[in-house]
Structures are given as structure tokens and as C-alpha cells.
Design a protein around this ligand. Structure first.
Ligand SMILES: Cc1cc2nc3c(=O)[nH]c(=O)nc-3n(C[C@H](O)[C@H](O)[C@H](O)COP(=O)(O)OP(=O)(O)OC[C@H]3O[C@@H](n4cnc5c(N)ncnc54)[C@H](O)[C@@H]3O)c2cc1C
Length: 401
């Protein structure tokens, strides 16, 4: 691997990875386990907390279930990566620096941008002030506290996407004393095949979740949500799971972003405007033959691994390869003992095959628990992290970029 030489002096190539979520951790571990200290590549991973946030389990946190303490610096032990705890406040893409907590400045030669995304609390009036979210572990804990103290009444889960469905089911199962209303524009499980969707709906009915689809929230008020059309739904607590918002840092730095603020990448996951910046996970707008990838862990981890492999290739003077990914499943928990797993085509359209019940719940738990051991394996055998479905013919037609 070539180190940079300036006036005969060997310099270190500094890779800074922003965000230790599913994508950023995959990038940092894959890269750190492929480069050795002697190769003059320094990998720095920056994240808001030392504890890994299992976003896939935040609905469990929100219902008072204790999760394992997964410590990121401990995971990185034995690799060449160093961990910096802090909140990223700015990226200067010209000076190639990252500002942390407004005090520290980290220079980089290559940046991996993986700050994720959260539910959009800014668009609908009242959400910021009156709704709870699962946007961070702390937010989920605050909701858990609220639900534990309610003792009765109505919880409205706004947003009928999969996070909304999983949350409504979990709350209904853990808090039978509460009325749970799930409302949103689309039917729950809308993207599933009709039988899987019907199963999901019957499970919500069994748990006592009242579903209102085809509705849109106009406003969240203290003690209610107001729907477009004027109807008011009383709510002692509102959980907001709808929409997606990403950090404004990329746009502020002058990186090309899409209408949602996600970093637009080329086929190799580099920013189309700044080739020394790779974007991964929910924070990236990644084009595949079937369209722009939507935020998932199943796709996010491969983007991180691929960015690391691209960086290794670039450091060796080789061209990074195009990223290809095809979806294969949509696992949805329905409380702790039930689930639906919809198997999909690479473009995420549903196949006929699906699982339900305890088998599906075990499948979902296996998938949810798998990232941490996967990273442990990757430290010793980097190649073990580089297997994912490439999507076959669905990803062969690529954006000209
Ligand atoms: C309840 C729930 C259930 C889900 N279930 C599934 C599922 O079953 N399957 C699936 O594929 N996907 C699921 N998802 C979606 C999945 O969690 C995301 O797609 C995934 O977390 C994206 O990974 P990421 O690494 O891009 O971002 P994240 O995992 O969000 O990681 C981003 C990291 O960056 C940190 N960060 C952000 N901003 C800053 C900053 N300014 N400074 C420092 N650090 C910062 C965050 O703290 C976080 O650690 C679920 C999401 C939720 C909320």
C-alpha cells in the first residue's frame, strides 16, 4: 500500500469515519482490519456516544426492555482504528477538516460520512413540541418513562411504515393497559404480498392496535393529533415515526445532496462533488438499477464495507469498483413472539414466500442480533464481511454517474 510522500517524508493517510452506526462501524472495522499500522493509514471513528445504538431495537428500549451494553471502543480493540467520542458540528470540505463539539478539529485525507437519519420532526407543526420519537436511545428511554407512568389512556403512533408497526405492536404487547392507535397514509405492510399483509394486520388486531390508514396528520397538539380534514384524535402520548431527516452538515459543507439532504454518491459511493468523501448508510443517496436505496441496516452495512474496500483500492492506486446491492427480506417484529418476514426481490418488491409466527420472530431476532458478532468476525477475517447479495440483473443497469 502506498503512503504519501512529501519532500521525501512519509506522511500518514488520515481516514475519518463520521458516525458509528451500522454503516460507519462496518466501514471503520473493515478498513482498520485491512490496513496494518506499518502502512501509514490512520483510521479515526467519531461518534456521539461510546455505546452502540441498536436502532433496530429502539422500540424495545421505548417499552422499558434493557438491551446489552455494546461498547464501541471495546469492539475496536485489536484493530488500528481509534475512537473519538464527540458531536460533529461542522465539516469543512475545502480545508478537509471536521469540527467536533465546536472545539476540536480533525483533519482528514479521506472522509466516510455515515451520520444516519432520523424521523422528520420539522415538517408537521407541533411534532417538535408535543411528540416523542425513537431518534436516539435517549429519546426512546424518555418515551419508556412516559409510557410506564401513564397507567391508562391512548398512545397514538403516527406513521404506518415498518417502524410505526413495530412500535405499535411492542407498546400494545408491553402495555395492555393502553389503547394504541396506529395511523398513517398507507396500510401497515403496504409493500408486502397480500397474505403477509393480512397476517400483519390480524396480528395488530390481536394485540388490540387500532389501525387508521389513509389519513394524514396536520398538526400535533397537546393531548391530541389533528388530521388533515379537521378531525381530532385524542392522544395522551404521540410517538412520531414518520418521514426522514438527515443531518444538515453535508449540505452546509457544500457536498451535493438530494432533496432529503442525503449525500449523492457515484457508483463507487464517493460524493459526486467531493471524490475524497464517501457516503454510506441512511445519510447517502445511492443509485442502483432499481432506484435510490432506502435506509435499512441490511443495505447500510454493505455500503460501509464497500466504502472501506474502495478506500483500500484507491490507496493502492487502483480504481474503486461500483457498489451493487439487492434487497432480500423485510423482517417486521410484532411484539416479542410474533413477526412477519417478507422475502423480496433485489428491488425490494415482495416475493410469494414469507414467514410468520414464532419462526419469523426467531428469524427477526437472529437478524437483529447479527451485526455485533459480524463485526467481531470481520476484525479477524475481513473478507467475512464482504458477502451480500449483489442484486443480479436488477443492479446491472446503473445511473450514468
Ligand atoms: C425502531 C426501528 C426499527 C428498525 N428496524 C429495521 C430492520 O428491522 N431492518 C433494517 O434493515 N432496518 C431497520 N431500521 C432502520 C435502520 O435502523 C437504519 O437504516 C440504520 O440504523 C442505518 O444505519 P446508519 O449507520 O446509516 O445510521 P445509524 O444507525 O443511525 O447511525 C448513525 C450514527 O451517527 C451518530 N451521529 C449522528 N449525528 C452525529 C453527529 N453530528 N455527531 C456525532 N455522531 C452523530 C448517531 O449517534 C449514530 O450512532 C429500523 C429503525 C428503527 C428506528
Amino acid at each position: 500500500m502506498s503512503a504519501q510522500h512529501e519532500a521525501g517524508v512519509t506522511t500518514t493517510h488520515r481516514v475519518v469515519v463520521l458516525g458509528a452506526g451500522y454503516a460507519g462501524l462496518s466501514a471503520a472495522i473493515q478498513l482498520a482490519s485491512r490496513v496494518k499500522r506499518s502502512e501509514n493509514v490512520q483510521v479515526t471513528l467519531v461518534n456521539a456516544q461510546e455505546r452502540f445504538t441498536e436502532r433496530l431495537r429502539l422500540h424495545m428500549t421505548a417499552t422499558g426492555q434493557r438491551l446489552a451494553e455494546l461498547n464501541i471502543p471495546e469492539l475496536l480493540e485489536g484493530t488500528s482504528a481509534r475512537f473519538v467520542r464527540g458531536w460533529v458540528t461542522a465539516v469543512d470540505a475545502d480545508a478537509k477538516t471536521v469540527r467536533i463539539d465546536d472545539e476540536r478539529v480533525l483533519p482528514y485525507d479521506t472522509l466516510v460520512y455515515g451520520l444516519g437519519g432520523v424521523a422528520d420532526t420539522a415538517t408537521v407543526p407541533g411534532v417538535e413540541d408535543h411528540a416523542y420519537t425513537l431518534n436516539s436511545a435517549q429519546d426512546a428511554e424518555v418515551l419508556a418513562d412516559r409510557l410506564a407512568r401513564l397507567g391508562g389512556g391512548t398512545v397514538v403512533v403516527a406513521g404506518s411504515g415498518l417502524t410505526g408497526v413495530e412500535s405499535a405492536a411492542e407498546i400494545a404487547e408491553r402495555h395492555p393497559e393502553l389503547n394504541v392507535v396506529l395511523l398513517g397514509r398507507r396500510e401497515p405492510g403496504a409493500a408486502m404480498n397480500p397474505k403477509a399483509k393480512a397476517y400483519l394486520r390480524s396480528a395488530l388486531d390481536r394485540l388490540g392496535v387500532r389501525v387508521r390508514s389513509g389519513v394524514e396528520v396536520a398538526k400535533v397538539l397537546p393531548g391530541a393529533v389533528e388530521l388533515v380534514g379537521g378531525e381530532t384524535v385524542p392522544a395522551d402520548t404521540v410517538l412520531w415515526t414518520s418521514g426522514t431527516r438527515v443531518s444538515p452538515l453535508a449540505a452546509s459543507a457544500g457536498l451535493t445532496v438530494d432533496e432529503h439532504g442525503r449525500v449523492v454518491t457515484d457508483a463507487t459511493l464517493r460524493s459526486v462533488s467531493h471524490s475524497e468523501v464517501y457516503a454510506v448508510g441512511d445519510a447517502a443517496a445511492i443509485h442502483q438499477g432499481y432506484g435510490v436505496m432506502h435506509g435499512t441496516c441490511q443495505g447500510g452495512m454493505p455500503t460501509g464495507v464497500h466504502a472501506a474496500l474502495s478506500i483500500v483500492r484507491a490507496l493502492k492506486g487502483k480504481q474503486p469498483k461500483p457498489f451493487r446491492f439487492g434487497y432480500y427480506h423485510t423482517p417486521v417484529s410484532l411484539g416479542r413472539h410474533d413477526a412477519v418476514v417478507q422475502f423480496t426481490r433485489p428491488d425490494d418488491s415482495p416475493r410469494r414466500l414469507y414467514l410468520t409466527g414464532r419462526v419469523a420472530a426467531r428469524y427477526k431476532e437472529t437478524v437483529t442480533a447479527s451485526p455485533w458478532p459480524t463485526w467481531g468476525r470481520m476484525k479477524k477475517m475481513p473478507a467475512s464481511g464482504a458477502f451480500w447479495p449483489r442484486g443480479g440483473r436488477f443492479t446491472q443497469v446503473r445511473d450514468a454517474r
